[in-house]
Design a protein around this ligand. Sequence first.
Ligand code: HEM
Ligand code: UGT
Length: 332
Amino acid sequence: MHRELNIPYTITAERLHSIESEIKATGTYHHTFEELDYGAKVAWRNSNRCIGRLFWDKLHVLDKRHLTAEEELLDAVVHHIDYATNSGKIRPTITIFPQGKAADAPFVIVNDQLVRYADDPIAGPLKQQVERLTADRSHILPLLYRYDGELKTFEIPADVIMEVPLVHPAYPAFSKLNLTWYAVPMISAMDLRIGGITYSCAPFNGWYMESEIASRNLLDTYRYDLLEQIADTFQLDRSTTVTYWRDKALVELNYAVYHSFKTAGVSIVDHYTASRQFEKFEQNELAEGRKVTGDWTWLIPPISPSLVHNFHKGYDNTYNNPNFYYRSKKSC
Ligand code: HEM
Ligand SMILES: N/C(=N/c1cccc(CO[C@@H]2CCNC2)c1)c1cccs1
């Protein structure tokens, strides 16, 4: 059951007192659903590197803190993927599992994203950990998780994972590369911290900005490194740098990714629209009397950065809480 709650949340003296006595008695405390819901939304609003924050108060918060059995926890991960994908009309969603730092939470996901291709160079270390535990070799890495202190794998059912075939409307030869990408980016190894409590298992998703897939995942030399092959399908002259073939290939690939997702009915945003939405977010925050914080180095898109407004201004990179944090590697 999912409840939309009003923003903002105001804490009472009674609530503060009850928290204090719970901490005195147990050394920690537990959020009400309202505190959890509001805390997760504000953590998104405080994520300095996120260009998608205009919709921060529309986050779908799935509270799974009551789950204890392994099957139920895994089922909630599958439910997140299905609920968030929503047949392509992606719902920005976070599922919050029982609290605790990674070292002592009952259930912790090791994968940095719920969906990761086994042949993606970035998957290296995770793939090695998986191969030590299972002979399974599907093209999408299984979930690697810790339950009650034991490291285990789980094959996510293929029918909940939506993928998009990448095509370019004007270059039929492009589809000969047989490129696909998964529809929903779901970050699964960041800590959510609210009011001194750490949720080390709180996977969250939004939708992609096209340049993440096109400019980075497919073109970075330490990722799929496909610049030359993609330029050739666009029949670009690669004999010298100054035909600007690299730049033309990058732009056409961004165009192809955006249109492939749109054609498949999967939510995606182009970098220009995303920047305009971020500008609206800045205006809204100003109107609400809040200072916007941001990390300029991540907020500018990896395609035509100077053509968007946020390239031409600075951002205060102060880290306010609630927020999301990288989990320290040793803890897993
Ligand atoms: C709704 C659509 C959304 C879009 C288009 C979007 C877009 C982005 C992009 C492009 C990045 C930079 C990623 C990179 O360069 O690798 C980013 C970072 C981030 N986003 Fe969003 N986002 C969205 C929703 C969300 C949601 C729902 C959350 C959490 C509730 C979130 C939290 C974050 C965080 C924590 C980072 C920084 C990650 C890091 O430091 O590695 N975003 N976002
Ligand atoms: N569109 C997105 N993009 C990302 C958001 C956060 C992180 C990432 C991937 O970050 C990796 C670490 C540094 N770059 C790649 C991608 C979202 C994922 C989950 C919610 S929105």
